[in-house]
Design a protein around this ligand. Sequence first.
Ligand code: MN
Length: 379
Amino acid sequence: MADKRETGHTMPNPEMLTIGAFARACRLSPKALRLYDELDLLRPARVDPDTGYRYYATGQLEQARLVAWLRRLGMPLARIRQVGAMEPPAAAQEIRAFWARVEAETAARRDLATFLVDHLSTPPRKDTTPMTGTDLLELRYAARTDIGLVRAANQDTAYAGSRVLAVADGFGPGGAPASTAAVEALKFLDAEPLTAGSVLNLLEDAVQGAAQAVRDVAGTEHGKTGDEVTDDIGTTLTAMVWTGSRLALVHIGDSRAYLLRDGELFLITHDHTLVQSMIDEGRLTPEEAATHPQRTLLRKALGRSPATPDLRLHDAQADDRYLLCSDGLTRSVPETTIKHLLTTVPDPDATTAALIEAANANGGPDNVSCVVADVVRTQ
Ligand code: MN
């Protein structure tokens, strides 16, 4: 085998290290090196055909250390193989992307951990039982959906009840029934007495019901056309369920939830879009994403493929205002205008009307849906 080492040494016959010497030099065990060889992560420079002994070039030390570090990082073997074959700048980009994904997954688990700690530390209480010194809270809500000025049909669904708030944005040939089915599958929670402890489980079950309902719709549509079953029919779903003191949030896709609290507007959902992952991974700026040709491409939705929605619990405060909306609002109305309307129009129903009017004033390029809910003290 030709020697490919690229060190600054000028010896005509570069020194080959035995596996033991190489192991000492890169501080890995011979056992690890044999494993890397078997896994095709790091092949010896030469294997003696008679003895089977492995020999390594000193130029392979850097590679061996990189493999060891990437394994410590928890990177899957297939990905280490790819990174190992890359030039340093590309390898750096790949590691950054891998780590961004790890952090996103950790963030989702952190929300769940926070909820569990919180849940196990608070004594259970019925939402209907007044607590001394604590205000009883309830929701004032309104929902509105509009076809916009360009689309031939409205595939959005918006709903608000005394406990359930939901926005869904359907896509594909069965988009409208898909978004309706997803929201319908949550409505039974409106009639359930809910506690903060049970709500996440109930919501998770409800979302599985919603996912099944969407798959049924997609199956029916494909049955009509005889098309191959693909992921072209589905819906986003962003919904909140009220327990009397908290709001459980479920979210999948690129519809959004915002919280207006103490005059500040907070985006409390993360878009499951291709461009948002590229922003997270440092491959794209938010400005580039706004005009990216694939900016509406979803990374997750309720559809054919199973996908896990984000699930979390929010503590509500009196005077909080929540907005759930489809991308028809956020893609055509700047956040400053959304905040202005949420701050200046007191009545929830009038606010949904004003938001939709703003989207249509900017061309109404998409269906637009809004749910506005105020947390108020009961009289
Ligand atoms: Mn839309």
